[in-house]
Design a protein around this ligand. Structure first.
Ligand SMILES: Cc1cc2nc3c(=O)[nH]c(=O)nc-3n(C[C@H](O)[C@H](O)[C@H](O)COP(=O)(O)OP(=O)(O)OC[C@H]3O[C@@H](n4cnc5c(N)ncnc54)[C@H](O)[C@@H]3O)c2cc1C
Length: 190
């Protein structure tokens, strides 16, 4: 059997969990050993509404989450395209006075509706689609990466070692610690 690849994913946001779900579902048995590290708590409120691009919706579907299950209640944004255009020109919300009269987006008859989603539902849906024994370790803040021969060690906030990996994926969002480490001269960047 081929060697198991140890993958460490930093961040259990939509990007990290989407990757974990896809690898756990599509990888052959034993192909990946997946560990996701998240600095936040397991059941923290992450609620916010999101407009999602087609590419993001596709990735979510591939990860096993049906986009209709993550739609935000009362979602009412609509997007309008020029004929043949691939990017929307105008975003509109259904005016509240129309809603007050009981008019819904379906009544307006515009089928180019942008899917507004709920981050909590996305995270929950993705967690439910992880297959095999993917480990998601919450309350774990990744602070550094160190090269260990052919592998990379992830290091926590108290300098504790969190394991060695063949591949580390930085999915920790805009304020990433690992991204800086990889590109700093002093770090074992490769
Ligand atoms: C007000 C607001 C509105 C937005 N609206 C939209 C929108 O409508 N549509 C849209 O597509 N995008 C929107 N965005 C952007 C959206 O938040 C990002 O595109 C999205 O969160 C990126 O997902 P991600 O998984 O890459 O990163 P994140 O969602 O940032 O997830 C990163 C995860 O990594 C964790 N993490 C961070 N550092 C560490 C660490 N050192 N160790 C361990 N874990 C760590 C974080 O706790 C987090 O859970 C909005 C952003 C803001 C602030």
């Amino acid at each position: 059997m081929a060697k198991t690849m140890r993958v460490g994913i930093c961040g259990a946001g939509p990007a990290g969990l989407t990757l974990a779900a896809i690898l756990s579902r599509e990888g052959e048995a034993g192909a990946f050993e997946l560990k996701v590290f998240e600095r936040g708590e397991a059941h923290r409120d992450q609620g916010s509404g999101w407009d999602m691009s087609e590419a993001a919706l596709e990735a979510l579907s591939r990860a096993g989450v049906d986009p209709s299950t993550v739609q935000r209640e009362g979602s009412d944004t609509m997007r309008f395209y020029r004929t043949g255009g691939s990017r929307p020109d105008v975003f509109l919300r259904l005016p509240s006075y129309l809603k007050g009269w009981g008019v819904t987006k379906e009544d307006v008859g515009l089928d180019q509706m942008n899917l507004e989603t709920e981050r909590n539902l996305i995270i929950g849906g993705l967690m439910g689609q992880l297959r095999g024994d993917v480990a998601v370790q919450h309350n774990t803040n990744i602070r550094a990466t160190t090269r260990k021969g052919e592998r990379v060690e992830l290091v926590g906030a108290n300098h504790e070692p969190l394991g060695e990996f063949d591949l580390v994926v930085d999915a920790s969002g805009v304020h990433s610690h690992t991204r800086g480490a990889r590109f700093a001269h002093s770090a074992d960047a490769f």
